[in-house]
Design a protein around this ligand. Structure first.
Ligand SMILES: CC(C)(COP(=O)(O)OP(=O)(O)OC[C@H]1O[C@@H](n2cnc3c(N)ncnc32)[C@H](O)[C@@H]1OP(=O)(O)O)[C@@H](O)C(=O)NCCC(=O)NCCS
Length: 312
């Protein structure tokens, strides 16, 4: 075996929908401000007793069912999250226990909003190294636990949910090389800090960095994967702001790609945003199976990780 491929995807979102109009009754904001600055119309909010591992397990069950695999087939499970409440056990161990896995390597990855693509790359590397053969990679977040509901600059942005993919070993690699890195001098630009922890960010600085630096890095991801941007069939960027997503896709030159815009209905779900958005593209069959899709996460750290996969 020389690589891995994504064979299935699945997602879970809580039932409760929070609209911009409802938010405007809580803080001094408006539907018009939120739509025009970020593009968000609604977001999903987890119930008080619904946890990061609850949502992760539900997304994982769907991905496994779509893959036609049992939990006991999985030998590597990674959960990308920055909103786990407990320090130990990690979310991956809890998901493994809930789903009845046998002896998987169970690892959490915390690089905030770029966590899912980091976790996907480590699973691909484990398979390439022969240390795993069937992997489950999950992004799950309950950002609303770390949200100051009196701060209009942050509370309008966040949502909860989870997405998961199943990876298997493949003779022909369908998960391209990862391009990842960080910007240490902007390490504090996106934060969940303090106890129990509150989400905050330097919004304008992050916006400037994302719109000026990410097109170059996105092109590098494509180049290293041997894919011309115009040959991409899909682009799934971290779903933080439509005003970042749309110009970035345009500046990449991905003229034929379907661009995921799930931020509109789901808000910013940090490490869960890419697998949720990818799962919806697949569910609606907006990208053909086997077609190249760019996944690109960025956020706290500031960290980023991008790779091109073949669509399941
Ligand atoms: C967060 C973000 C949407 C804010 O948009 P912005 O245009 O930069 O807005 P600013 O923070 O400069 O605020 C502009 C004004 O709107 C006000 N404002 C902030 N939130 C508001 C809200 N929800 N409703 C109404 N007004 C609001 C501010 O108080 C400010 O008012 P002032 O001009 O009177 O001082 C945007 O900066 C962004 O998306 N940044 C990148 C985020 C990101 O990608 N993070 C990494 C991954 S999580």
């Amino acid at each position: 075996m020389t690589g891995s491929r994504v064979v299935a995807v699945g997602h879970y979102q809580p039932d409760r929908v929070l609209t911009n109009a409802e938010l405007a009754t809580i803080v001094d904001t408006s539907d018009e401000w939120i739509r025009s600055r970020v593009g968000i119309e609604t977001r999903r909010i987890a119930a008080d007793d619904e946890t990061v591992d609850d949502m992760a397990a539900r997304a994982a069950e769907k991905a496994l069912a779509n893959a036609g695999l049992a939990a006991t087939d999985i030998d590597y499970v990674a959960v990308a999250t920055c909103t786990a409440i407990d320090r130990s056990p990690n979310m991956a161990a809890r998901v493994a226990a809930r789903l009845g896995m046998t002896t998987p390597a169970a690892i959490d990855v915390n690089t905030a909003c770029s966590g899912f693509t980091h976790a996907l790359a480590t699973a691909d590397h484990a398979i390439r190294a022969g240390a795993a053969s069937k992997a489950l990679v999950i992004g799950s977040e309950k950002l609303t636990d770390f949200t100051d509901w009196s701060d209009r600059s942050t509370c309008v942005l966040v949502g909860d949910g989870a997405g998961a993919v199943v990876l298997t070993a493949a003779d022909e690699p369908e998960v391209g090389p990862v391009t990842w890195g960080s910007v240490p001098e902007m390490a504090n630009a996106v934060r969940i800090e303090g106890r129990p922890g509150t989400f905050g960010q330097e919004g304008q600085a992050v916006f400037r960095w994302a719109t000026t630096e990410l097109p170059r890095i996105g092109r590098l991801v494509c180049e290293r994967s041997g894919i011309a941007p115009e040959d991409l069939a899909g682009i799934v960027l971290h779903q933080a702001n439509l005003r970042i997503i749309e110009p970035l896709a345009a500046r990449l030159g991905a003229t034929n790609a379907v661009v995921a815009r799930d931020v509109v209905e789901s808000g910013n779900t940090s490490a869960a945003s890419i697998p949720i958005a990818l799962s919806k593209l697949v569910e609606r069959r907006e990208v053909p199976a086997g077609a190249p899709v760019l996944l690109f996460g960025f956020g706290g750290g500031l960290s980023y990780a991008g790779l091109v996969i073949r669509c399941p």
